[in-house]
Design a protein around this ligand. Structure first.
Ligand SMILES: *Cc1c(COP(=O)(O)O)cnc(C)c1O
Length: 500
């Protein structure tokens, strides 16, 4: 008997809280434990990323003698070649945002030139701090900094998650309240939960409205005396819709609370969309209540992976982000972000990306992406059985009231598409990038999608590829603790070296 199906059927009849308790209690009995373990193994065997190719070059020990340079490079070339088409052909949601050959060469060259640079040693590499502060300044100007007024300052971080963790730390340390809380819309990125866990902040996730935007009244009700920050997204990762940042930041400002706009996804798109004449609700530092913003250079800034920008209104606020140690035997120590040593080379690549794109390059890229996104959105809306969620621009989430959307996703996986599965409600999204603006990609996506829906409707043999069947179960399974355990085991599997 399929334990998952059985327990799912059982647990579905009891309220979720109780289901969680039943699962947790039963899971401690050795016999049940063994059953659960076996079931986890069975489920995980189906996950695609744990079934790796037969790799002839597996190392679990440093080779006793040095290998030839050509052996090493050949092995890496092999690996890169095998997965090149996964991202270059425009069949992924997000993941690679530019990917053009010339642009990649520029990033690589910038990296190569500064490969040893570490901004921790400002005496050796003053250029690292120059490049970092210029990336920050360019992002600030793009996001509405008024240099005659409060200065918008910031740092470069390793990615959107670090930008968000640092912003939350900054508000926590500035507020200095016991048992601090953050008020965020339910659609806010998981990075806020990560920050909350790491930093000991209680996250208050407030349900979004029927348009998937943050509910201002509900968030105002959720904000109390322990609230250290309120946040919104421009746009949010799941549904790609922009929260009412103006109203939210006013609400926070009236209460003397900081407000963070998470523009990880939209920071390098919305300013240019606005220029192109799209109606973009205010979301940046032109709003007086916005006190910090995150914007990812490594997404639509088209830089190499590993950089993002965190910005603050005023130096006083930014100072709470820094770490300093004055009594360490290793000497006086300071570090502006989470890492100690940092890759100056990635900052150089980000700097090169901003200069190589220019305002006109970003504007043209945005226009191309928004055009293809409009066509994709229309195509999805016109596909019988599918429904677009909210009013998105270029990250388009869709669901179905007629067929199992995760099975549609599985069938898209079988056709080589890598899409994102969403929960509450079950849905799928595609984040459109420059990869999708190549001729034929959008058409191929839509015709595959229509076929996937038709096949799902017809039933037939169950789609057997991809994580979607597992995903569908995990998305709706009431005992979230069990799903969390499954996820942890999945990560374990990913780290196992596959020996021949
Ligand atoms: C991608 C993203 C993040 C997290 O960024 P990482 O670079 O993956 O750490 C946060 N918020 C939003 C809206 C995002 O799209």
């Amino acid at each position: 008997m399929d334990l998952t199906k059985l327990s799912e059927q059982m647990l579905r009849r009891v309220p979720p809280r109780l289901a969680e308790a039943v699962y947790a209690r039963a899971g401690r009995l050795p016999r049940v434990r063994r059953l659960i373990d076996a079931e986890h193994d069975r489920i995980l065997e189906q996950a695609p990323s744990v079934q790796r190719w037969d790799d002839p070059n597996t190392y679990t020990q440093i080779p006793a003698e040095p290998l030839d340079r050509s052996t090493i490079i050949d092995a890496l070339t092999e690996l890169a070649k095998a997965e090149h088409d996964n991202w270059s052909t425009g069949r992924t949601s997000g993941a690679v945002y530019h990917g053009g050959d010339e642009h990649l060469e520029l990033l690589t060259e910038a990296y190569t030139l500064h490969s040893q640079s570490n901004p921790l040693h400002v005496d050796i590499w003053p250029s690292a701090v120059k490049l970092e502060s210029e990336v920050v300044a360019m992002a600030a100007t793009m996001l509405g900094a008024d240099h005659s007024n409060d200065e918008i300052v910031g740092t470069v971080t390793s990615g959107g998650t670090e930008s968000i963790i640092l912003a939350m730390k900054t508000y926590r340390d500035r507020a200095g309240v016991r048992r601090p809380e953050m008020v965020i819309p339910d659609s806010a990125h998981a990075a806020f939960d990560k920050a909350a866990q790491y930093l000991g902040i209680r996250p208050i996730r407030v349900p979004v409205g029927s348009d998937y935007r943050a509910d201002v009244d509900a968030m105002a009700r959720a904000a109390g005396r322990r609230t250290i920050v309120v946040a919104g997204s421009a746009p949010g990762f799941p549904h790609g819709v922009i929260d009412p940042i103006s109203e939210l930041s006013d609400m926070a400002r009236e209460r003397g609370i900081g407000f963070h706009t998470d523009a990880c996804l939209g920071g390098f798109v919305l300013p240019w969309a606005e220029r192109l004449g799209h109606t973009i609700p205010a979301f940046d530092f032109r709003l007086p209540g916005v006190t910090s913003m995150s914007a990812d250079t490594h997404k639509y800034g088209y830089a190499a992976k590993g950089t993002s920008v965190i910005l603050y209104r005023g130096r006083e606020l930014r100072r709470h982000q820094y770490f300093v140690a004055t009594d360490w035997p290793g000497g006086l120590y300071y570090s502006p972000t989470m890492a100690g040593s940092r890759p100056g080379a990635l900052v150089a690549a980000a700097w090169a990306s901003l200069l190589a794109m220019g305002e006109s390059g970003y504007t043209e890229a945005t226009q191309a992406i928004l055009e293809v996104a409009a066509a994709v959105r229309r195509g999805i809306a016109e596909t019988p059985g599918l429904r677009v969620l909210g009013d998105p621009l270029w990250v388009i989430a869709f669901t179905s009231d007629e067929v199992d959307i995760f099975e549609v996703m599985a069938r898209m996986t079988a056709r080589g598409w890598s899409l994102n599965g969403l929960h509450r409600p079950p849905a799928v999204h595609i984040a459109l990038t420059l990869r999708h603006t190549k001729p034929g990609v959008a058409e191929a996506f839509l015709s595959d999608l229509r076929a996937a829906v038709t096949e799902t409707r017809a039933g037939g043999h169950e789609a057997r590829t991809g994580a979607a069947p597992v995903y569908g179960m995990a998305a709706t399974f009431p005992a979230r603790g069990a799903v969390g355990e499954l996820l942890r085991r999945y990560v374990d599997r990913l780290y196992e070296v596959r020996r021949r």
